[in-house]
Write a protein of this length. Structure first.
Length: 404
């Protein structure tokens, strides 16, 4: 390992997130594949097989901020924040056990391609329209986010004003989860929780939309979970999808030979997109809590101990993916963990793959060339693998001899 890589590892161990965690992940996999991080107060699992195993182990359960909110010392604060605790506890990503399984079973039919695909916007046409509006634009903000908004809008069926407000609440709900001082963000988060509750009720009462049917199905098995499910559908689209689009576009732009392969084989885009999902994994870890003592990678995890399953590190494990940092669209990508595994595997994974595939097909259409128009700005975060921006410039494609 180079001195620069070692410094990045030390910085990560001291709690200063680098923009490229790859060297830290490599250090963990080689030296401490299950590592007790003193600053994080959790074990990090870095190797692919260990991550896949713990994601499927039902003795390791998902928990959200509700557990932290319940431990506050001020009883008045505990009472004030009770709606917030109940709101986050009902997000499927933060729940486990029978209630989670019932809600997931109720939702699963509504994520079937035959049900959800007819509801979604024509992503290819929308992406073509967005890329044709300006010669220079930001893939993240001007392409990825509008597409994510269109997907959410098609699912919930709200008018523009109500959709805009829903997206404000989405930002507030996620802002609480990522805030350095979560307690300072509780006012906006409480507003968001109430907003999602009233909006979910209105959607179900009005009917006629994908969200109305899906939320009614959830309400039939667990009425208290409805607002949390709506919030997760919205945030689970608005947060990772634009980043996945930008990450994939950046990977292709940095590899001209692979971009040429993408453009030359549109019939294989469905297969190729999995490699882009592997390298573009937006959420880098999945937190779990042990309900009893378990052993992972030869390390004993005690009951009550937190474990972070490092999804992005697993996707970069050379034991699972040889030469893992190289984009190889012909790679046989089995075992990619970007969407998780086990009982918390992302229900919207097929939708995300489809939207990503259609967006990239439009962005890299043969009618134009795409080049970087400035520096991509990586996000310095342990939890998010993404970019602040990805500026690109489009120019008309040079005519080929067959064009006349």
């Amino acid at each position: 390992m180079t001195s620069a890589a070692a410094e990045r590892c030390r910085a990560e161990l001291e709690g200063r997130a680098p923009t490229d965690p790859g060297p830290f992940y490599a250090w963990l996999r080689e030296n401490a594949p299950v590592y007790r991080h003193p600053q994080a107060g959790a074990c990090f699992a870095a190797r692919h097989d260990d991550v896949a195993e713990l994601l499927r182990d039902r003795r390791l359960v998902a928990q959200g901020p509700g557990a932290m909110l319940a431990t506050l010392s001020d009883p008045h604060e505990v009472q004030r924040l009770r709606p917030l605790r109940e709101f986050y506890n009902n997000w499927m990503v933060f729940s486990s056990g029978q209630s989670h399984e019932l809600v997931r079973a109720a939702l699963r039919p509504w994520f079937a391609s035959s049900v959800v695909s007819p509801v979604l916007p024509d992503v290819g046409r929308l992406a073509a329209d967005l890329t044709g509006r300006a010669a220079e634009f930001d893939v993240l903000g001007d392409l990825g986010r509008p597409i994510a908004e269109a997907v959410v809008g098609s699912l919930v069926g709200l008018d523009d004003a109500r959709l805009a407000q829903l997206l404000v609440w989405s930002d507030a709900a996620v802002g609480f989860l990522t805030a350095a001082d979560p307690i300072a963000a509780t006012t906006d988060a409480l507003d968001a929780a109430e907003g999602f509750r009233t909006t979910a009720a209105a959607i179900m009462e009005r009917g006629g939309t994908w969200a109305a049917h899906a939320l009614r199905a959830v309400g039939a098995v667990d009425p208290g979970a409805v607002a949390g499910v709506l919030a997760q559908v919205v945030t689970g689209t608005m947060e990772p999808l634009p980043q996945a689009i930008a990450n994939a576009a950046f990977a292709l732009l940095r590899s001209p030979t692979q971009l040429a392969s993408w453009r030359s084989a549109p019939s294989r885009h469905g297969e190729m997109v999995e490699e882009l999902v592997r390298l573009g994994c937006p959420f880098t870890y999945a937190p779990r809590t042990a309900t009893e003592a378990v052993e992972i990678g030869g390390v004993r995890i005690e009951a009550g101990e937190r474990v972070l399953a490092l999804l992005y590190s697993a996707n970069l494990d050379p034991e699972a993916f040889p030469d893992p940092k190289t984009l190889a669209l012909d790679r046989r990508t089995t075992g990619v963990l970007s969407f998780g595994a086990g009982v918390h595997y992302c229900l919207g994974a097929a939708v995300a793959r489809s939207v990503l595939q259609q967006t990239l097909a439009a962005l890299f259409a043969p009618t134009h060339e795409v080049r970087l128009a400035g520096d991509a700005e990586p996000v310095a975060s342990l939890g998010l693998h993404g970019l602040h921006q990805l500026p690109v410039r489009l120019t008309p494609a040079a005519p080929t001899p067959s064009d006349g």
